[in-house]
Design a protein around this ligand. Structure first.
Ligand SMILES: *Cc1c(COP(=O)(O)O)cnc(C)c1O
Length: 402
C-alpha cells in the first residue's frame, strides 16, 4: 500500500519522542468540542437576554427536551445541569440505598454519583468485546444489600440491556443506565434512552453533543419523570406551591439549552464526519498486529464519537504508545486507566480480570470535526511504524515513560 510505503520513508528515526520534529504543529484532540452555527447560537442567546428568560424551565430548555423526546422516541426528557447530577437524581428518585452494582471500567462519575449520596458502588467486570457490564459478573455481585444496577453504554456500545433487565427483574432490583457516551445510539430494538427505569446522557463539552455543560434524563415512566422534575428544582412541584420532596438545583440554564438547540441542527454532520473518520482509522489499522479496533454494529444508529483501540505489543505498552503519539502532538487518551476500583476513595482490591486487561490496553485516538483524512493517514502511518519498529524504539525510548 502506497501510504505505508510513504510512512516508512518518512518516519525512520524521526519520531519526536526520540528527538525528531513533531508530525503535527497543532495538537489533535480526542473530543474537541463540536460547535454548530455560531450565529444561530448568538441569536438565541440574545433572545434569552432580551426576554430576561435566563433559566427555570425556560422556552429553550422546554424546546430542547421536546426535540430530544422526538429524536429518541422517549416519553419524557428532563434536561439537567450535568450528567453527574442526573445520575444522583435517578438514584434518589428510584430510592436506591445500600449497594448498587456498576462497572469499574467507566468514568469515575458513575461511582461518585452513588457514594456522594451514601450508596456503595459495587464494581462488576465487563465483556471484553463491548467493554460494557458482563451480566454474569453482575449476578455474582448481588447481595441482600443490593438495590440497583447501573449499566454504562461505554463508547456508545449498548449494554446487554435485555440480559440485565432479566437479572434486575429476577432479584427485584432497579436497573438504570449511564448513557453519557450514547446520545443518538441504538440498542437492540429501540434508541438508547428507552431502557431500564431511566437513562442519563451527558452533554458535556467533550461529548458527541454538547450544551457547554449539561445532560438529560430520559424515562418512559410518568411518575418517575414528575418526581425527577421536582427533584431537579429543590423539590418544587411548580406553580408556586411549596416543596414536596427532597431536591437539589440540577436545572439546565437557557444559554446551555440555546447551545443544545443550535448543535442539534448539526448532529447529522457531526455524525457523518465521525463515521468517515472511524471507518478510515479501522481500514488503516486493522491489519497491524496487536491492534484491535473497537467496532460498532453497522445498520444500527451510532454516534461514532470514539475511535478506540486495544494495543498489545511485546516491547511497548499503551502508555508508551500514548507518550510517543503525544510527542507528535497526537493527544490520544487512555480510558479508563486506572479503572475506578483502583482509585481513591474506592481503592479496593477486586478481582476484575477483564477490566484490568482492557484498562491496560485501551487508547482512544483523535477524531471529530477538527480531524481530517490527511491527519488520520499520518497518524496511522506513525502507529504502523511504531509497531513495526517496536523493539528498536523500546531500546531508544527515554526511560522517563516508565
Ligand atoms: C462524561 C461522563 C459522565 C459525567 O458527565 P458530566 O455531564 O460531565 O457530569 C458520567 N459518566 C460517563 C461514562 C461519562 O463519560
Amino acid at each position: 500500500m502506497k501510504i505505508i510505503q510513504r510512512g516508512r520513508d518518512m518516519m525512520v528515526n524521526t519520531l519526536a519522542v526520540l528527538g525528531g520534529k513533531p508530525a503535527f504543529r497543532q495538537p489533535l484532540h480526542v473530543g474537541r468540542p463540536n460547535v454548530g452555527n455560531q450565529n444561530d447560537f448568538v441569536d438565541r442567546a440574545r433572545r434569552a437576554m432580551d426576554t430576561r428568560r435566563l433559566t427555570n424551565d425556560g422556552p429553550f430548555v422546554k424546546g430542547l427536551e421536546a426535540r430530544i423526546c422526538k429524536m429518541l422516541q422517549a416519553k419524557h426528557c428532563i434536561a439537567v445541569a450535568n450528567a453527574t447530577l442526573g445520575l444522583q437524581l435517578v438514584a434518589g428518585a428510584l430510592g436506591l440505598a445500600g449497594e448498587v452494582i456498576v462497572p469499574s471500567f467507566s468514568f469515575i462519575a458513575t461511582a461518585h454519583a452513588l457514594l456522594w449520596d451514601g450508596i456503595t458502588p459495587v464494581f462488576a467486570d465487563i465483556d471484553p468485546r463491548t467493554h460494557c457490564l458482563d451480566p454474569k459478573s453482575v449476578q455474582d455481585k448481588i447481595t441482600d444489600r443490593t438495590s440497583g444496577i447501573c449499566g454504562v453504554h461505554v463508547w456508545g456500545n449498548p449494554c446487554a440491556v435485555e440480559e440485565l433487565q432479566i437479572i434486575a427483574d429476577a432479584y427485584g432490583l432497579k436497573l438504570y443506565f449511564d448513557a453519557a457516551h450514547a446520545f443518538c445510539c441504538a440498542g437492540p430494538g429501540k434508541m438508547l434512552g428507552n431502557y431500564g427505569e431511566a437513562e442519563v446522557f451527558s452533554f458535556h463539552a467533550t461529548k458527541f453533543f454538547n450544551t457547554f455543560e449539561g445532560g438529560a434524563i430520559t424515562t418512559n415512566d410518568d411518575d418517575l419523570a414528575q418526581h425527577l422534575r421536582m427533584m431537579r428544582n429543590f423539590g418544587f412541584p411548580g406553580g408556586g406551591a411549596p416543596p414536596r420532596c427532597l431536591g437539589i438545583n440540577a436545572k439546565m440554564n437557557e444559554i446551555s439549552a440555546a447551545m443544545g438547540l443550535t448543535n442539534l441542527d448539526f448532529l447529522k454532520e457531526f455524525m457523518n464526519i465521525n463515521y468517515v473518520n472511524h471507518k478510515l482509522y479501522c481500514q488503516l489499522l486493522e491489519d497491524i498486529p496487536g491492534i484491535m479496533m473497537i467496532d460498532y454494529r453497522e445498520n444500527y444508529a451510532h454516534n461514532y464519537q470514539y475511535v478506540v483501540m486495544e494495543f498489545v505489543n511485546e516491547f511497548l505498552d499503551a502508555d508508551d504508545l500514548q507518550a510517543i503519539l503525544q510527542a507528535e502532538n497526537i493527544l490520544a487518551r487512555r480510558y479508563f486507566s486506572p479503572p475506578c476500583h483502583e482509585t481513591p476513595p474506592y481503592s479496593i482490591t477486586y478481582h476484575l480480570p477483564i477490566t484490568d486487561m482492557v484498562a491496560r490496553r485501551t487508547l482512544a485516538l483523535p477524531t471529530g470535526t477538527a480531524v481530517h483524512e490527511d491527519d488520520i493517514i499520518k497518524i496511522c502511518d506513525i502507529i504502523r511504524y511504531v509497531v513495526e519498529n517496536a523493539e528498536k524504539i523500546d531500546a531508544q525510548l527515554p526511560r522517563l515513560i516508565d
